[in-house]
Write a protein that binds this ligand. Structure first.
Ligand SMILES: [Zn+2]
Length: 315
């Protein structure tokens, strides 16, 4: 009898779902909108209804369903209780317990960036490695750590918050987390734009970036690749900071590989090249050769990781 599981990646606007075979083969994936009205009370019932519908469609027997894993945008403790998801309108919600009682099968929850790291470690750029750190450069910066094939969740469910490693305590502006000078303020998509605008304002140097009406992180890297000196300096600056953070992470956990994901990682090899200076200046000599690679699962990392979370717990 074939057994199946669901990998769920819950975001603030859409929720991605995947139906997987027990061996990790993705059968089907789809999305539903995330309804954040009424403090997000409809979110879990909507997910449950969509999963039930899929089970019916395929005519699966209850015994064929192992359960579900879910990544949520907030800190989740080992009991699967999430502590405030601002973009979902949630306070303290026992996600695993609630979704499990709606579906009648085991459900395991963890932080979305941690789950994405587990996905890359399992079926993406980290497959074949037992320990990786992943850093996701999106609107913000997320992270996750997998050691010995297992996700490191942390006592408060807040392990792998690599985006909030402070690189500049003198930073006058506050990060979204309330601290000052987190790497997220410099090397996220929004951070790169902020840094570029600052450098453009400070300098009189000519740059193609001055002509951009909608300046994005992609513009900065494209211009740097094309040889624009100011864009190159901005890219070097943010990548060097990122490299230092990755070196610091390696000094703590010494992983086999570090995976860079998220929209900004589409800049490609230039990112990896420019990062090396900061990395080599902060990493302990024994870890200098640590492999740093780009992620490969894109937006599917979350559903794969959620399925792996389920499989890891279902033992
Ligand atoms: Zn922060």
């Amino acid at each position: 009898m074939e057994r199946y599981g669901f990998g769920i990646d819950l975001g603030g606007t859409t929720c991605k779902l995947g139906l997987f075979q027990e061996d990790g083969t993705l059968e089907e994936k789809w999305e539903i909108p995330t309804d954040t009205t009424d403090n997000g009370v409809h979110i879990l019932p909507d997910i449950a209804a969509s999963v039930e519908e899929k089970i019916l469609q395929h005519g699966f027997a209850k015994e064929q369903i192992i359960g579900a894993g879910i990544g949520v945008p907030g800190a989740v403790n080992d009991e699967g209780i999430v502590n405030r998801c601002i973009n979902l309108g949630w306070g303290i919600i026992p996600v695993s317990k609630e979704l499990s009682s709606l579906l009648g099968v085991p459900v395991f929850a963890a932080n979305d960036a941690n789950v994405a790291a587990l996905g890359e470690a399992w079926k993406g750029s980290g497959s074949g490695y037992s320990s990786i750190a992943m850093i996701t450069l999106g609107t913000g910066i997320g992270g996750g750590v997998v050691l010995g094939g297992q996700l490191v969740n942390g006592f408060h469910g807040a392990a792998g918050e690599l985006g909030h490693i402070v690189v500049n305590p003198e930073e006058p502006d506050a990060c979204n987390c309330g601290n000052h000078g987190c790497i997220e303020q410099y090397a996220s998509a929004t951070g790169i734009v902020r840094q570029a605008k600052k450098r453009l304002a400070e300098s009189k140097q000519e740059s193609v970036l001055r002509k951009e009406t909608d300046l994005t992180a992609k513009c900065v890297f494209d211009a740097a690749k094309a040889g624009d000196p100011l864009a190159k300096r901005i890219a070097e600056e943010v990548c060097s900071m990122l490299g230092r953070v990755i070196g610091t992470v390696c000094n703590v956990i010494n992983p086999e590989a570090v995976i860079i994901g998220g929209g900004v990682s589409r800049a490609g090899d230039i990112l990896l090249d420019l990062m090396q200076v900061g990395f080599q200046n902060s990493v302990f000599h024994a870890s200098r050769e640590t492999e740093i690679r780009l992620a490969s699962l894109g937006n599917d990392a979350g559903i794969f990781g959620a399925m792996k979370l389920l499989l890891n717990k279902d033992k």
